[in-house]
Ligand binder design. Structure first.
Ligand code: DX5
Ligand code: ZN
Length: 224
């Protein structure tokens, strides 16, 4: 496997009182950052909005991927591009016209992705495949950090990777939820090329050490 495997820490379990330091502490080991926006409606939890993304944008030059777990992505996706997101992904089952949201994200100058809830099929991915920059395969139920990786999603990741390959499409397969040192290989073997890791990195102990370890594992897998 020769393609670079990207590490994308989710800041969900970072210490928000010292977020800039937390982000900087892992920067040398990571490719991009994963920012989980939750609205208390699509999911029970609430996180943050535009102003936090803008603030993060000022602290790092790495790309920012905003993962919208909100029920009205059409209303807010462009706002997150303006706040500094390089990519915005949303859950298509909540919006009547996913193509319009994808187009709006592209027109605003960012990459667009569909996030695939563990209970949702690949139908929307198949329909919009040519327009996608990223397919965000969820391996936990959206809402919280620190949940266990759902191995039952692995075959669906394989199917998503096959769709991309067979169509010659450009979308990156990103795997999100419960990624830890002991399951990252399975996510990569299934076709994951961008690996999100939240609580595996921001564990309240030693984030740089955890990020360095995960970076090393991905580099080993790449050359294996
Ligand atoms: C879950 C979020 C994930 C989460 C990942 O709703 O979309 O991105 O932050 O965190 P861990 O790696 O702890 O599952
Ligand atoms: Zn996420």
């Amino acid at each position: 496997m020769s393609m670079h495997l990207q590490l994308s820490p989710s800041i969900l379990t970072a210490d928000f009182g010292r977020l800039a330091d937390e982000i900087a502490s892992v920067e040398q080991f990571v490719d991009q950052y994963h920012l989980d926006v939750m609205d208390g409606h699509y999911v029970d939890n609430l996180t943050f909005g535009f102003s936090t993304v803008e603030a993060i944008r000022r602290t790092t030059t790495r790309p920012l991927h905003v993962h919208l777990m909100i029920s009205n992505p059409h209303d807010h996706a462009v706002g997150f591009v303006r706040a500094g997101a390089d990519r915005v992904s949303f859950h298509p089952e909540v919006t009547p016209d996913p193509a319009a949201v994808i187009d709006a994200i592209h027109d605003a100058g960012a990459g667009a992705g569909l996030a695939v809830h563990p209970d949702v099929t690949l139908d929307a991915v198949r329909t919009h495949l040519d327009a996608l920059d990223v397919i965000l395969m969820m391996t936990v139920r959206p809402g919280w950090g620190g949940q266990s990786f759902m191995t039952e999603v692995l075959p669906k990741i394989e199917r998503a990777a096959a769709l991309v390959r067979d169509a010659g499409a450009r979308a990156d397969i990103e795997v999100d939820g419960g990624i830890k040192p002991d399951n990252v290989e399975a996510a990569v073997r299934a076709g994951g090329r961008i690996l999100v890791a939240g609580s595996a990195i921001f564990d309240g102990k030693d984030a740089p050490a955890a990020a360095k370890r995960m970076r090393g594992l991905l580099d080993e897998l790449r050359s294996s």
